[in-house]
Design a protein around this ligand. Structure first.
Ligand code: F3S
Length: 658
């Protein structure tokens, strides 16, 4: 944008995108070129919505016709940038006319798309103005289709189409369709499964609309220059009048009818058919006008602006009442200001009492004025969305994280509302495992980063996973800086495998090998811990280069050999449980982790050929510790030793036969 600050401090900005788009410039250039070559030359409809260009071409012999009835063989006929219908092309060919086809390539693309979809037997819904020549042209390439003007009409058509026709539905748009409206239509259409959406809003149009919207937010007055019958010019006016006082003019001669006495910041944009010299003329006239205006009276301007309310005006007010269906706001005029629930917050779950309270000073946008009843409808949601967008844009540019509440789960992801703005987070960026339930995130507060921002459409895509990954990376770096082998840390069991357990110990996943889980024997690691459990572990080893960390769940103080050494000795009699039987004897557990061997020769006081004839797994036996090799971790037990001592004791105690 080119901004000029005038000597009295007032500002005038002309939008960069004002004026001829690529398609219109191409069409006008082609028309001038053709006017030099053909004697009899017509334009099927005015080449653009601008009387001065059309008049100038007429002086060069280009006559505007509404149909081909006067065309003779060899005459040249210009098809303008909107394109024409199939029937019109056919008729011109039949008449032997030379066709100068200036149809914009973007419009041609829609024709091809419509023809392809139609060829596949699809039903086609076109967003646009059904009376516009471009839309009429598109419809001629469609066998089964209808036009819709807005979301409500689209919804009706979708319902009807889904009930009546079992066809795939293709949705496309007129090139100059309002981009915000198109976004809303897409959201509506996405609720249906058999719908394919083709965004055919022209990039030049969306850029022009976005720039005008942005400019109008900073200006108190906007001038939109263009033909009154130009649909793209009318859309610019509609967009800008939501934010500022807005006037549609065709040229500088209309400026004298407008009161600019309170204008401090003037913005100028223009439709796609407006020639540069008209924009320059308006800019020049306005520069002179603004400089010559009476000294600006700021207080008076404030007073005036307080008194005047109009649709699209942003005003400040004080909340005077809050109930479950609406909020009443005093905006400093005689009107009663209402914010209906639907316009209060972008969070569908928010209660009015959570959003505002009596006495709050808030900014709102006027959405409707009813002077007869003294009522104005207001929207806080729109102001929040504007502010929210600025915050989101800043966060995107600076790479900072935002916080928001997950308001809904939609197809392919979730919607997070942050400062009144809705941000889409695709399922893959939520951090929920593939196939996991996204509903678990509903109504939770999440941190996320913006990974994609479409300024023209004011849409943002976020990632919760990115923030989590970055936080994890920071924690990981901190861990490797401070952690040492031997430290005890707390972690959460993330996964269990046959060979061990992975534990998140704060940004790092460490592994407890199976042998480091317990001192005793286990069938599987899942017998000891479960996923999600919080456990204390000891860091055994850290490899900072590979980032691998070995952990131990078993504590040195629980070492059964230490316990055994402190509590048992050779000669001691113990109760032990048979845990396994082999050909050479049986193992019996003295305490968990310590199994002693009862050799086959030590099972009974007679010859034992088969251990299983004397002992069974699970049986508790009384045995004597006969040997203890702590170094090699071996303990020997004997049942027989007790039987022989019992026998000798009974022999010793038997009465003698003297
Ligand atoms: Fe073509 Fe887009 Fe202009 S469709 S005519 S470049 S507005």
């Amino acid at each position: 944008m080119s901004e000029i600050t005038l000597v009295n401090g007032k500002k005038l900005t002309v939008a960069e995108t004002a004026g001829f788009c690529y398609g219109v410039k191409r069409a006008v250039d082609m028309a001038y070129e053709a006017s030099k070559r053909y004697e009899r030359i017509y334009s099927l409809g005015p080449i653009i919505h601008n009387a001065s260009v059309v008049g100038d071409l007429e002086k060069r012999g280009v006559r505007v016709i509404e149909d081909a009835s006067c065309v003779k063989e060899g005459d040249a006929v210009i098809i303008r940038s909107h394109g024409a219908s199939k029937e019109e092309y056919a008729e011109l060919k039949r008449l032997g006319a030379v066709i100068i086809d200036t149809t914009c390539p973007n419009v041609k693309h829609i024709h091809r798309l419509a023809e392809e979809c139609s060829g596949r037997g699809e039903r086609i819904l076109v967003a646009g103005d059904k009376d516009h020549p471009e839309v009429k042209g598109i419809l001629s390439y469609i066998d089964d289709g209808e036009v819709f003007a807005d979301c409500e009409e689209l919804l009706k058509l979708l319902r009807k189409s889904c009930e009546k026709f079992k066809k795939t539905i293709a949705i496309l748009s007129q090139t100059t369709y309002n981009i915000e409206l198109w976004e809303r239509c897409i959201q509506t259409a996405q609720q249906y499964d058999n719908v394919k959406i083709y965004n055919t809003v022209c990039n030049a149009t969306s850029k022009r609309q976005a720039e005008a919207a942005e400019l109008s937010l900073r200006c108190d007055t906007m001038l939109i220059i263009g033909g009154r019958n130009s649909s793209n010019t009318a859309k610019l006016r509609d967009i800008c009048s939501k934010n500022a006082r807005c006037f549609l003019i065709e040229n500088s001669s209309e400026l004298e009818n407008i009161d600019f006495s309170h204008t401090r910041y003037l913005g100028i944009s223009a439709g796609a058919s407006t020639p540069a010299h008209i924009i320059e003329e308006v800019q020049k006239t306005m520069t002179e006008n603004l400089i010559n205006e009476e000294e600006f009276n700021f207080e008076e301007a404030i007073e005036q602006s307080l008194k005047k309310v109009y649709t699209g005006k942003r005003v400040s007010g004080v909340v005077t009442s809050v109930n479950n269906t609406e909020v009443i706001v005093d905006i400093g005029t005689k009107h009663t200001g209402y914010i209906p629930m639907s316009e209060l917050s972008n969070d569908p779950n928010a209660k009015p009492q959570d959003v505002v309270k009596v006495g709050d000073e808030i900014d709102v946008i006027v959405t409707k004025v009813n002077d007869v009843e003294g009522i104005v409808n207001l929207s806080k949601k729109q102001v929040d969305a504007q502010k929210g967008y600025e915050e989101v844009k800043k966060a995107f540019e600076e790479g900072t994280a935002l916080e928001g509440v997950v308001s809904s789960v939609i197809k392919g992801g979730v919607i997070v509302v942050t400062q009144g703005m809705r941000v889409f987070v695709p399922a893959s960026q939520t951090g929920v495992r593939l196939g996991g339930d996204l509903n678990a995130l509903l109504k939770t507060t999440v941190k996320f980063k913006i990974i994609e921002l479409n300024e023209a459409r004011k849409r943002a895509v976020g990632s919760i996973r990115k923030v989590a990954a970055e936080e994890r990376a920071v924690k990981k770096a901190q861990f490797f800086e401070t952690a040492e082998a031997g430290q005890t840390v707390t972690g959460e069991v993330k996964s269990i495998t046959d060979y061990g357990v992975f534990v998140d110990i704060g940004g790092v996943d460490g592994l407890i090998r199976r042998m480091d889980l317990t001192w005793g024997r286990i069938k599987h690691p899942s017998d000891v811990v479960s996923v999600g459990e919080s456990i204390e572990v000891i860091i055994k080893d850290i490899d900072k280069e590979t980032g691998k960390v070995s952990l131990s769940y078993k504590k040195p103080s629980d070492n059964p050999w230490l316990i055994f050494e402190n509590n048992y000795s050779v000669g001691q009699v113990v109760e032990a449980k048979i845990v396994s039987i082999t050909s050479f004897g049986a193992f019996a557990q003295i305490i968990p982790g310590i199994d002693g061997l009862i050799h086959i020769s030590q099972i009974a006081d007679q010859r034992v050929n088969n251990v299983a004839d004397f002992l069974t797994v699970g049986q508790t036996v009384t045995a004597k510790i006969t040997e203890c090799d702590l170094e090699n971790k071996r303990v020997s037990l004997s049942i027989r030793a007790l039987l022989s001592s019992e026998a000798s004791e009974s022999e010793d105690s038997a009465p003698s036969e003297e």
